[in-house]
Design a protein around this ligand. Sequence first.
Ligand code: SAM
Length: 308
Amino acid sequence: MTSETWHIPVMPAETIEWLVTDSDGVYIDATLGAGGHSALLLQQLGSGAQVFGIDQDDEALAETARRIDDERLKTVKGNFGFIATLMHPGLHGKISGILFDYGVSSHQIDAPERGFTFREDGPLDMRMGNLSSLTARDVVNTYPFERLRNLLFEYGEERRSSAIARQITESRPLESTADLRKCVEAVIRGPHLVKSLARVFQAIRIEVNRELEMLRNGLDQSLKLLKPGGRIVTIAYHSLEDRLVKNFFRTGNFGGKQEKDFYGNIIRPLQPLHNRPVTAGDAEIQLNPRARSARLRAAEKNTEEVPK
Ligand SMILES: C[S@@+](CC[C@H](N)C(=O)[O-])C[C@H]1O[C@@H](n2cnc3c(N)ncnc32)[C@H](O)[C@@H]1O
C-alpha cells in the first residue's frame, strides 16, 4: 500500500474549521492514524502552536513519523481512554482543541494480517494496538453463547445475532477470519450476507478494543484537559458512537439526562455547536467511500456552568 492510500482524512476542511480557535494553541489529535488531520492542522496553526498526536498503533505512529517532520508535533503511544494521564498535568486546563476521529483506519482494515476484514483470510486478532491482550480469537472461542449473542446484537445491530452466535459456539475452535466468515455464511444467505458480515466483524472489533468504553472515558477526561472556550471535535462512523457523543455534548453525561447541582443549576459543561451532525458532501464520498457514514460534531467548553 502506498503512503498516499494509507488513509484519507475525512471531512478535512470541516474538522479544522470547527477545531481551531487559537492559532498558537495546544491541540490533541487523539486518533493520529497516519497524521492526515494533524498535517492539515499544523498547516493552519502558527509557530507557537503545539500538537500532541495519540495512537495505540505502532504502525500508525511510524507512518506519521515518515510523513510529518515538524517539531510542533509530538507523538504519544497510548489509549485515548486514558487521555488525561497521557498528558502532562501542567497541560490540564490548557488545551484549545481535541480531535477524536473514531474507529479503525483504512490501513488497519485493509491489512489482512490484522484480522479486521472479512474479505481476506487472516488471524482472529482485531486489536488496534498491542497495549491490550484480548483478541477476536478469545471472544469467538471463549465467550458463552449469551454474551456473544448480546454483543452481536448490541454492537453490530445484527438481527440474526442468536443464530450466528449459536453457529459460532458450535463451530469451535475457530482458527481464522475465514472460519468466522463461514459461521455467518451458514446463517445468512443472499443479498444480506455482506451487510451481516460487516456487522458481525464490527461488533467483535468493538468488543476487542472496548471502543465504547474508551470513547466514554476519553470524552469524560477531555473536560479536564480543555481550557474554557476550548473545543472537542468528534467524527463517528456508527450510531452507537454518535449517540454517546450527542448525549455527552448536550448534557455532560452519556445517558443524555439533564442533571442539576445542589442549587438547581443545570450542569452543562459543554455547549454543542451543532443540532444536527455535519456530514460529507457527495464529491468527498465519491473520492472516499468511508466518508459516507461519518458524522462530525463539535462542542465548546463552557466558561462557567450555565444557570437555569
Ligand atoms: C480513523 S483513524 C484516524 C485517521 C487520522 N485522523 C488520519 O487522518 O490519518 C483512527 C485511528 O485511531 C486509533 N485509535 C482508535 N481508538 C483508539 C484509542 N482508544 N486510543 C488510541 N488510538 C486509537 C486507531 O489505531 C487509528 O489509527
